[in-house]
Design a protein around this ligand. Structure first.
Ligand code: NAP
Length: 310
């Protein structure tokens, strides 16, 4: 480790990507600080049950997060709960300024994740895990042989509808416009499925149900008198994600959607800064792909540090 840096690496974001990167760096003998602003474990802590992580048949998001955090703590990781305000390139490394301190490091890994865009309906957040989901691949299996609605008109929505139609009795695809953003071949595939009904143009107006989702009320955006009530057990809100990368846009290149531009090698446009997980441009945002990114980014940073005798 450089004498001038408290840490070899500061990792911003304590979800699966960031903590996996920490695991690999610690095992390579590097000194690591993970800074998280909300909850260690990331988005997955609000997931009722994970069934698609290799070797773990079934685990709650909270249990999974606890195991992951404990694993890096046992290896001597420093962690802190702070919000990062700014990262500065100091020529011989980086300074990460938070709401309560400044940390110097030789390299940085960005693992800030992305937030699912919500509809903003009154009881939407309360029903997450009880019928409302933002990820068909994660939660679809809990709705086997049930009726569900998928909201959105992009690739994620249409692919989610296809995925769910293999499991569910009936899938309603609700989109606010008659035109879809999704690739035409995906739209064509959706249209061929007998158990997917396209409902356009409709917007979700009200989620029905107390403890669990029981239905969804739709309204035609062009004619408020035209309403529909769907009897569904699940609602998959797939209307895009919101990356939160503005604070690094002066340092690394972002893509058109605001994700950090980097390929599978997790190398950003700025030497010494790597990226891992959902905040990176990518097709599939899952625990497994976040973990993979964490390992790749960590080993790339190790090479960078070793080349500089850090
Ligand atoms: P997206 O392409 O941004 O689509 C979001 C969809 O949600 C749009 O149809 C949008 O409607 C709708 N929407 C947004 N806000 C809404 C609101 N408040 N209420 C109702 N509807 C709303 O997002 P995405 O589907 O998650 O895809 C993100 C990126 O990943 C895209 O570039 C996509 O191509 C890519 N992707 C690629 C693949 C692949 O296999 N190639 C798979 C998944 C994702 P409007 O159309 O009316 O704006």
């Amino acid at each position: 480790m450089s004498a001038t840096h408290a840490y070899d690496c500061v990792i911003i974001g304590g979800g699966t990507a960031g903590l996996t990167a920490a695991l690999y760096l610690l095992r390579a003998g590097k000194r690591v600080l993970v800074i998280e602003k909300q909850v260690f474990g990331g988005q997955i802590v609000s997931s009722d049950c994970i069934e698609n992580f290799p070797t773990i048949a079934r685990i709650s998001g909270m249990e999974y997060a606890d195991l992951l955090v404990q694993q890096v703590l046992d290896l001597g990781c420093d962690v802190t709960m702070e919000e990062v305000m700014e990262i500065r390139d100091t020529q011989d490394g980086f300074e990460t300024r938070t709401d309560s301190g400044t940390y110097r490091s030789a390299g940085v890994i960005l693992a800030t994740g992305a937030k699912h865009r919500a509809l903003g309906l009154p009881n939407e957040r309360e029903l997450v895990g009880n019928g409302v989901s933002y990820c068909a691949v994660c939660d679809g299996a809990f709705f086997r042989d049930r009726k569900v609605a998928v909201i959105g008109g992009g690739n994620t929505a249409l692919q989610s509808a296809l995925f769910l139609s293999d499991l569910c009795e009936q899938v309603y695809l609700v989109h606010r416009r008659a035109q879809f953003r999704a690739h035409q071949h995906t739209v064509d595939a959706v249209r061929k499925r007998d158990n997917i009904q396209l409902l356009t143009p409709y917007v979700a107006h009200c989620i029905q149900g107390g403890e669990r989702v029981q239905g969804l009320e739709l309204v035609d955006p062009q004619d408020a008198t035209n309403t529909l009530r769907l009897s569904v057990d699940g609602i998959f809100v797939t209307i895009g994600q919101i990356p939160q990368n503005e604070f690094v846009q002066h340092l690394v290149r972002l893509d058109e959607q605001g994700y950090i531009a980097a390929g599978e090698n997790c190398v950003t446009s700025h030497p010494g800064i790597y990226v891992a997980g959902d905040c990176r441009s990518k097709q599939l945002r899952q625990l497994t792909t976040a973990a993979a990114d964490g390992a790749v980014a960590a080993m790339a940073l190790c090479d960078y540090l070793n080349a500089r005798n850090v």
